[in-house]
Every structure is written in structure tokens, then in C-alpha cells.
Design a protein around this ligand. Structure first.
Ligand SMILES: *Cc1c(COP(=O)(O)O)cnc(C)c1O
Length: 490
């Protein structure tokens, strides 16, 4: 497209579609080929390469492009300056934090979805039925009733936020939507000290204040102490607070611990509290019949949030929140202005169910990548890769413990191994600094990406295995690399 010499008129024929569809088709095919080739050869490169100074400067200093540069030139710059410099999360030796890898099919699904550009507030169209079907499949996998309500979200933070909003609406005991927090007593939400940081962000955002998030101590097994939970609820009630919800975690971000979900469900039933489960990655254990017992009690939750872009291996962004009671879910959010009224016929027939289940109105067609992947791979194949990750983490936990001075710092409950190096000649601070130095050299040497954290106040290397590209050879390379790096420091 070229800019007109004079201001456009109503008769101008400007559009952003390609002027030459054949030339664009060629470029588009090249983009697909390049992307697939890049994915095929990921393992030949280091997981992470620091940005060269010239690339950093080029990207940082690019002025606003008022004039056309052309798709070929823009794509060439992307291929040179953007594509090679990611944080490495697709790589077979990436075990940092809990990130996902994406899949080639997922990439294509996102492209198809963007091509359709379907508007997923609802409306009478096939994409809506695909999302409803995906939610039903996910409910079935998680042990929720088939007719559960749900909505796909951008990530675990957002899915948990929706779950907690529904919990508050359901259990606050006053008309929160109308009166706001001024309409009732101070509310309290419970989660273990190991809860992910979304919970604090969320209660702050909700105007409840971070002190309304009551952190229940975790035991040596990193799981919520349910006896302490009961005591804290009783104490808070006595002090005039209104407990509304307990958040159980299925797979804590630090160590992968799974709370005693049946124990928490019993407390919620006895105390008439909402039971929300954050299963960001751990809930995906339920995909596997053999791992499902690890998350026993999760199916008793009133709401459950989980990601598919972590342990479901799909490209960002995709997560889901399930809520058993649809009326309560939609009652938390539904607002229908006149221009969005369901007329019972025409394209708006059936209304905008997804707009009523969260805070977004315009939403993309995230469901397509789940639908295509489940059908193409089969859920059993995805479950087997999840099982493989658990087996890898268990085996790595055993192997790393045999390295000199290595201490495994938390039970390997699921797919995360936390360990540190503790040479006896060093003080605790020296050990922490030493462990951190080894971690950074693992990253900077291009060997692998692992991340750091703290367990019981001590610095640990955290190896989180939610990677469908990892083989045991990759872990052997890490073990050998750790030994090599240690001898280079000593
Ligand atoms: C990653 C994670 C979250 C947040 O999910 P995002 O998709 O990153 O927003 C919440 N809880 C747990 C336990 C997590 O691991």
C-alpha cells in the first residue's frame, strides 16, 4: 500500500490487504517455512544468547515508521533481530520457572485463528461452539461436571482472578456489585504461604487489601497446614472478619507441592466457604489416569484455574477457569447494554456468554489451538508427555543428589527439583552465593536455562520440567555441565 498524494476521499480505494496477493503468498510461505525450520533446529543452538549490542540498539532506537518499508524488509529485520533472541523457553534444555514450549501445530492454529479473526464474546458462530466444547472437554478431564461453566483466559493469573471474583460474589453475603466493599464486613481469603503471587495482586486489585489474604503456614512438605487453616478461620470470625474462600494450590510454583485438597474441601464444606483451586500447571496431572490421584480432591473445588500454555505445551496465551455453578459465574460479571441484547435470532442469537464469564468483551479464538491439538495428538499422547516429565524430574532428583555437596531442598512432589550446593567448608551465605554463581554460569554458558528461588530462606537452583522436547540426554548434559562448572569455579 502506498500513501495517497492527497487526503483520501469517500471514493478512495485504500485497504491494508496486499496489493499483490501472489507476492504476499510467497512471503507468507517463506514465513511458515522459516518458522518451522527454526523450531526443527532449536536444539542445535544455545537456549539463550545474550543480545548483541548492535541488535539492542537497533531495536531500541527504531523511529516510528510513518512511511512504508514493505513486508519483505520488515520481515527480514524480524528474522535477524527478533527471532534469534528469546528467553529460550522452547528449547529442549529449558527448565526455568514454569514456562511452556509451544508446538508447531499450536503455532499454525494461532495463525488460523488470527486469519479468521473471530470475535469470541459469543455470537452465533462455529468458533463459539468450539470454545464451549473445549471447556466441556477440560471439565471432563478435571473431574468437573460436564455442564460446568468456564471461559478461556490469557493466563493463570487472569483465570485465578476470575475464580476469586466469583468466590467473592458468591460468599460475601451482601450485594457487592452494588455496594462495593463498603456494603459489608472485612472479607478474608486463605491460601498457604506457598501461594503464587497472583493472589496478592488480586486481593489488592479487588480493593480488599493484602492483609485480607491470610497466609496459612506450610509444613516441611510445602503443603498447607489444614489444622492451622481451621484455627485461623475461627480466629478471624471471632475478630469480626468474614472468611469467604480458601485457595488450594495443586502444584506450587516453588516446589510443585500439592495441598491436601480433600482436607481443604472438608474445611470449606464445614465452614460454608468457596473452594478455589489454583492448578496453574499441577492440575494438568489430571490428564493422566496414573497421575490423577496426586490431585485427589481437586474435583471438589467450586472453581479451578489452570494454564494450557505451561504444562499443556500450547503456545501463549491460554488458560481456563472452570466454575461449577454457571448462574453464580455469570452473575458475577453479566452486564447487558442495549447494543448487545440477545434478539433470539440473527448473528447475536445466544448472546455473549463469554463476555458474561469474565471481564473481557472482545476475545480471540484461543480455543482453536486446544481443539486442534487434542484432536490431532489425542489427549492420551499429551498425558504421556506429562508423565514423562514427572518421571524425568523424579530421576533427575535422584541423580543430582549424588553430585558432591548437592542437597535436594524440597521433596520432588511432581515435576520440580530444587537443589543447592553446600560444601561444608562454606558458611550458609557462601553456599548461597556459590549456588547462585553455578546457576548463572549454567545459563550464560549456553548449556541450559534453569532458574533460582529460595526454599526455607536458602538459595536453590530450580529445575522445572514442563518441557515436551526434553529427553533424558538433556538432563545428563546438565548433570555433566554442573560438574564441569563446579570444577571451573573451585
Ligand atoms: C504460573 C503460575 C500462575 C500464573 O499463571 P500465568 O499464566 O503466568 O499468569 C499462577 N499460579 C501458579 C501456581 C503458577 O505456577
Amino acid at each position: 500500500m502506498t500513501a495517497p498524494d492527497s487526503a483520501p476521499s469517500a471514493q478512495s480505494r485504500l485497504t491494508l490487504d496486499p496489493a499483490d496477493w501472489n507476492a504476499f503468498r510467497e512471503l507468507a510461505h517463506r514465513m511458515v517455512d522459516d518458522s518451522l525450520e527454526h523450531l526443527r533446529t532449536l536444539g542445535d543452538r544455545a537456549p539463550w544468547t545474550p543480545l548483541p549490542a548492535a541488535t539492542r540498539a537497533s531495536l531500541a532506537n527504531e523511529p516510528l515508521p510513518r512511511a512504508a518499508q514493505g513486508a519483505d524488509a520488515a520481515y527480514a529485520q524480524f528474522a535477524e533481530e527478533v527471532l534469534p533472541y528469546t528467553n529460550g523457553n522452547r528449547h529442549p534444555r529449558f527448565w526455568g520457572w514454569i514456562q511452556g514450549n509451544g508446538t508447531p501445530l499450536g503455532m499454525m492454529a494461532d495463525m488460523l485463528a488470527a486469519g479468521m479473526n473471530a470475535h469470541l464474546a459469543g455470537l452465533d458462530q462455529s468458533p463459539k461452539l468450539v470454545e464451549l466444547k473445549v471447556i466441556e472437554w477440560l471439565a471432563e478431564l478435571m473431574g468437573f461436571p460436564k455442564n460446568s461453566s468456564g471461559v478461556l483466559m490469557s493466563g493463570g493469573t487472569m483465570a485465578n482472578l476470575v475464580g476469586l471474583a466469583v468466590a467473592r460474589h458468591a460468599r460475601c453475603g451482601f450485594d457487592l456489585r452494588k455496594e462495593g466493599l463498603a456494603g459489608g464486613p472485612r472479607l478474608a481469603v486463605y491460601a498457604s504461604t506457598e501461594v503464587h503471587s497472583w493472589a496478592q495482586k488480586c486481593v489488592e486489585l479487588f480493593g480488599m487489601g493484602s492483609s485480607s489474604l491470610r497466609k496459612v503456614p506450610a509444613g516441611a512438605d510445602m503443603r498447607m497446614n489444614v489444622t492451622a487453616l481451621k484455627r485461623m478461620i475461627a480466629d478471624d470470625r471471632a475478630a469480626g472478619l468474614r472468611p469467604i474462600c480458601v485457595i488450594g494450590t495443586a502444584g506450587t510454583v516453588n516446589s510443585g507441592a500439592i495441598d491436601d485438597l480433600n482436607g481443604v474441601a472438608d474445611v470449606c464444606a464445614a465452614e460454608n466457604l468457596w473452594f478455589h483451586v489454583d492448578g496453574a500447571f499441577g492440575a494438568l496431572a489430571a490428564f493422566s489416569p496414573s497421575l490423577k490421584p496426586l490431585v485427589a480432591g481437586m474435583d471438589r473445588a467450586d472453581s479451578l484455574a489452570f494454564d494450557l500454555h505451561k504444562w499443556g505445551y500450547l503456545p501463549y496465551e491460554i488458560a481456563c477457569v472452570l466454575v461449577k455453578d454457571r448462574a453464580t459465574h455469570e452473575g458475577t460479571f453479566s452486564v447487558t447494554p442495549s447494543y448487545l441484547t440477545d434478539e433470539g435470532r440473527g448473528v447475536i442469537a445466544g448472546g455473549l456468554p463469554f463476555a458474561d464469564r469474565g471481564i473481557e468483551l472482545t476475545r480471540n479464538f484461543k480455543a482453536l489451538k486446544v481443539w486442534l491439538s487434542f484432536k490431532a495428538h489425542g489427549v492420551d499422547a499429551i498425558a504421556h508427555v506429562i508423565e514423562q516429565n514427572v518421571a524425568q524430574a523424579q530421576a533427575f532428583g535422584v541423580a543430582v543428589a549424588t553430585l558432591p555437596d548437592a542437597v535436594v531442598a524440597a521433596p520432588v512432589s511432581l515435576n520440580i527439583v530444587c537443589f543447592r550446593f553446600a560444601p561444608t567448608a562454606m558458611s550458609a551465605e557462601q553456599q548461597d552465593a556459590y549456588t547462585k554463581e553455578i546457576l548463572l554460569r549454567v545459563q550464560e554458558s549456553g548449556l541450559a536455562i534453569v532458574s533460582g528461588s529460595k526454599i526455607d530462606g536458602r538459595y536453590v537452583i530450580r529445575v522445572a520440567c514442563s518441557n515436551h522436547r526434553t529427553t533424558w540426554d538433556d538432563f545428563e548434559a546438565l548433570l555433566a555441565g554442573l560438574a564441569r562448572i563446579r570444577s571451573s569455579i573451585a
